[in-house]
Design a protein around this ligand. Structure first.
Ligand SMILES: [Zn+2]
Length: 287
């Protein structure tokens, strides 16, 4: 840094001093031998450090002029000389500084590299751990998805009659034939049409049941009862497990009925009936 300041001072002084400044000569000790431009080097070679006199410098310059150098004396020229010297010194110090910086940089780089390597190793370890953890999570999710899918499949319902072979004749809640509002959904279909289990469950009751005629009750895993009524025939027995779509009987006109049809009831928890139409919709079946 000191050299840089000196160089600036030198330059500014050079612009106002017509002759080669003494201080400039003083600087030549270090810079002159490394100077590369012949013309400038000649001028600098004019004196020993701290002792050079103007005449000596001028004499040397004159010799160089004779040798074809482009050096001239004066304010205009001293400035470039000074600048050159300062530059050389500055360059020298810059080189030293640069070397030092380079050393530091190399050492910094090595340190940085070591840190980076360590960080990479840690990151790799962390990434590996994350991968393992992620794989486990994905595996878990897959299993849970499978179990959810199984659960859904288990809860999937199907229509109790073959689609297109029936028409809905009485809705839940309607008033008409019944002492109170209609407690189920009526599917009118030809006598003997197959009736299918709507959902997976267990047959918990079969037989004649008064107004319901021949009735089959299938109880689902969640306790919901599905009642199939007015059947002309019952094809399953109590304790039998059924799956959706499995035939459990045929459409009839038994009990209080004015024509062959399936009266379906849905009773959650074996309690009061709910609208079978909504229950079917909820389970993905549009009756
Ligand atoms: Zn009915």
């Amino acid at each position: 840094m000191g050299n840089h300041r000196a160089g600036k001072r030198e330059r500014s002084r050079g612009t106002v001093t017509p002759a080669v400044p003494r201080s400039t000569v003083g600087y030549t000790g270090g810079g002159k031998r490394r100077a590369t431009k012949p013309g400038h080097a000649g001028k600098r070679s004019g004196g020993a450090p701290g002792l050079a006199s103007v005449p000596t410098a001028v004499g040397a310059a004159a010799l160089l002029l004779a040798a074809g150098g482009a050096v001239t004396l004066g304010g205009k020229d001293s400035s470039p000389i000074d600048f050159s010297q300062a530059s050389a010194r500055a360059a020298g110090s810059d080189i030293s500084a640069a070397l030092a910086n380079r050393q530091q940089a190399v050492s910094r780089d090595s340190r940085r590299q070591a840190l980076a390597d360590a960080a990479d190793a840690e990151l790799q370890d962390a990434a590996d751990a994350q991968m393992v953890e992620r794989d486990a999570r994905v595996q878990k999710l897959a299993m849970s998805a499978q179990s959810w899918s199984d659960e859904l499949a288990k809860n999937l319902w199907t229509a109790p009659l073959k689609p297109g072979t029936y028409r809905l004749t009485a809705r839940f809640g309607q008033f008409g034939l019944w002492a109170s509002s209609h407690t189920g959904l009526d599917f009118a279909a030809p006598h003997g049409s197959p009736i299918y289990a709507i959902a997976a469950g267990e047959v918990t009751e079969t037989g004649y049941a008064g107004a319901y005629g021949n009735r089959t009750i299938v109880t689902l895993e969640d306790g919901t009862e599905l009642w199939f009524c007015h059947q002309s025939s019952v094809g399953v027995s109590v304790g039998e497990r059924v799956v959706p779509g499995q035939q459990i009987g045929t459409v009839g006109n038994t009990g209080r009925s004015t024509g062959p049809h399936l009266h379906l009831e849905v009773r959650p928890g074996a309690g009061d009936p709910v609208d079978p139409f909504s229950a079917l919709l909820v389970h993905g079946v549009t009756p």
